[in-house]
Each structure stands twice: as C-alpha cells, then as structure tokens.
Design a protein around this ligand. Structure first.
Ligand code: NAD
Ligand code: ZN
Length: 347
C-alpha cells in the first residue's frame, strides 16, 4: 500500500510501505476513507517534534471502514464505519477512567503518526480500539466527521471547557485557524453574549465571521482596546489562545477580566512569560492541556443532529495519491486560503 512517510526534517514522500497487521488483541485495522493534515504534521516535518522517528507514516485524523479486529475488541466489527481519534486510550488506567485520555498511562496517548504509523495511508492500525475509534452515526459525512478526530475536540475541550464558557459571557478567541474556529462554533453552544475573534490575517477573520464570531479584529488593530470598549473596561470573561506564541498568550492574560478564565490551546515552541507580578491581583484561572477526545461521542451526535457547523472548514479535497500536493497547499495556507484539507481514498 502507499503511505506518507517522514524521513527526517525536510524530507518526506508518498511511497510504498508495508500494509499494517494486528499486533495486539485490542487492535483494529481501518481502511482509510478520508484523512486530513494537521498543523502539527508541519511541525513534525520541520523537525520540531523530535520523538517522531524517521520512517514513520504521519497522520492522526481519519475516517474509515474496519477491515480486521483483534479478539478482545468489543465495540466494532469489520464493515463498521468509524472515526479514528487522534488519541488512543487504554481505557483502564486512572486517567482513562476519568476521561483524560491524553494522559493515558496504559500505553495510549498520542500514538498515531507520532510513536507509531499513522493515518495518512491506505490502511492504519489503531491500538486500544474500544476507546480509540467511534462508530459514525448513520448520516454523518466522512468529510465532516474527520474534523472530529482532533480539530473540534481540541477547540471544545481545551478551549471552551477549560475556559468554562457560560451563558452571557464575552469570549475572545485569539487565532482563527481551524482550532480557533472550532472553539468559536462550540462556544456558541453555551449561549455567550458575544464572541470576539482576533487574528493577524483578514481572510481568517472572514472565516471567523462565517463560523459565528460576533466581532472580529486584526491583531495589529488594538484588540485589547476593542475588548475593553465592548466590556465597559472589564475585559473578556474567557480568553482562548489558539495560536501558540508568547505574544498571544500574554495578550490573553491581559485581555481577560479579573476573575476570568484563560484557556491556552496553542502548542508553544518557545517559553511564554507568566507575569505573576501583575497577575496575582487578578484572580485568574489559567488552564492548558492536550486534547483528550473524550467529547467525541457527544460532538458526533450533535453533528448528526445538525447542531454544529462544520462544512466550510474543508476548503480543499484531494485524492489520497495527491498527498504531497495537498501538503504544499496546506503549508501555503496564507496564499491558498486552506483551512482543512480532506484526502479521500475509495469511499
Ligand atoms: P493555525 O496555524 O491554522 O492557526 C493559527 C492562527 O493564528 C492562524 O489563523 C494565524 O493567522 C493566527 N495568528 C498567527 N500569529 C498571530 C498573532 N500574532 N495574533 C493573532 N493571530 C495570529 O493552527 P490550528 O490548526 O488552528 O491550531 C492552533 C493551535 O492549536 C496550534 O498551536 C496547534 O499546534 C494547537 N493545537 C493544540 C492541541 C492541544 O491538544 N492542545 C491540539 C491540536 C492543535
Ligand atoms: Zn489509559
């Protein structure tokens, strides 16, 4: 079969690789119907994620059909259509029992396209299948569902839930990439008064408006002033950082009201300063974390019920074989306007 293989910083190729087999009785093998590319994959290609070994098939987002199940798998059978979560969960350890799958101590966590071969391929082996793949509700389209492998649960769990968004809140989302947009869509479920989107690109702010932001402001146009003006000088109840750079994290800690919540979603390559000398008076709650994907079943049923807007997020669709071209379009998002790209195998 073919897969997209990382060969060390700067080199990768869509090439022949061995088809995966079951290695453990809790595994399944999935035929990939649709996969996608994540910003994290670009970090891996640049060499920013050193634990990814050369020779690894990348990808941690997929929808597909179960073709083989290990003898311990209880929840799915060959022929089932499933969403493959970006996090694999043993289901037994203390963290998994609490739903914090990202911290799994039983051999799970972020495995696909990181510690083992991933989903940018014709077939993928998924460990701990009972807690790591989810049956698709009948009517859900695979191009919508693939967004629930990582993007939507991240915006929701690490942004909206960690930020404790409540009815009547003013929520500022800094960074309107796919994850920030998913935070905007899922924050809306909690009836905030207003959602303010901040980005450095006008195109991303247009997307934010399409996904339900009430106000939008360029990072260069004094977003802190706008938030102050809109909140009688208090600041936002919740700020969600969905960029991953020190400037925007610090902006979030300044833009939040006293007693408010800062949810850091962005993955930071460099240390960000925590100005406790200013912040101690503000009574802040600051949270951060890795996505768990424990909200996926709930998000999928809301999608099935037509309660979540997803479709405009897939801006480009390619055949699986066009993986290398898709990476170029995704990496050039500033010019191509790409948000998420779907790569389709046989359906
Ligand atoms: P993205 O790069 O597509 O989006 C980031 C957005 O931030 C872009 O629209 C960009 O224009 C904007 N931006 C850049 N600099 C800015 C600035 N100075 N001010 C305002 N906006 C600015 O990334 P994404 O896929 O949406 O992911 C967002 C972040 O979430 C990334 O850091 C990613 O690594 C992280 N992430 C975290 C988890 C987790 O488990 N915590 C999971 C997945 C992704
Ligand atoms: Zn576990």
């Amino acid at each position: 079969m073919k897969g997209f293989v990382f060969h060390g910083p700067g080199t990768s190729a869509w090439e022949d690789v061995a088809e995966p087999d079951l290695k453990d009785p809790a595994d399944v093998v999935v035929r990939v119907e649709t996969t996608s590319i994540c910003g994290t994959d670009l970090h891996i290609l640049q060499g920013d994620v050193p634990e990814v070994a050369a020779g690894t098939v990348l990808g941690h987002e997929a929808v597909g059909e179960i073709v083989e199940t290990g003898r311990e798998v209880r929840t799915v059978r060959p022929g089932d259509r499933v969403l493959v979560s970006c996090i694999s969960a043993c289901g037994r350890c203390r963290y998994c029992r609490e739903g914090t799958y990202g911290q799994c101590r039983g051999g799970g966590g972020w495995l696909l396209g990181n510690r083992i071969d991933g989903a940018q391929a014709e077939y993928v082996r998924v460990p701990f299948a009972d807690h790591s793949v989810h049956l698709l509700p009948g009517a859900v389209d695979s191009q919508d569902a693939v967004l629930f492998a990582d993007t939507f649960p991240t915006g929701y769990e690490v942004g909206v839930l960690n930020g404790s968004v409540r009815p009547g809140d003013t929520v500022a989302v800094v960074g309107a990439g796919p994850v920030g947009l998913a935070a905007i869509v899922t924050a809306r479920l909690y009836s905030p008064d207003r959602i303010i989107a901040v980005d450095r690109l006008p195109g991303r702010l247009e997307s934010a408006a399409r996904f339900g932001a009430d106000a939008r402001v360029l990072a260069s146009d004094e977003p802190e002033q706008l938030v102050e003006d809109l909140t009688d000088g208090l600041g936002a109840d919740v700020t969600i950082e969905a960029v991953g750079i020190p400037e925007t994290f610090e902006m979030c800690t300044r833009m939040v009201r006293p007693g408010g919540h800062v949810a850091n979603v962005g993955v930071h390559g460099k240390p960000a300063a925590l100005h406790l000398e200013d912040l101690w008076l503000k009574d802040l709650t600051i949270r951060t974390g890795l996505v768990d994907t424990s909200s996926v079943p709930m998000l999928l049923s809301m999608l099935n019920a037509g309660r979540l807007t997803t479709s405009p997020m897939i801006t480009h669709v390619f055949e699986l074989e066009a993986m290398e071209e898709a990476y170029e379009v995704f990496a050039g998002a500033e010019d191509t306007g790409a948000l998420k790209i779907a790569l389709r195998g046989p359906q």
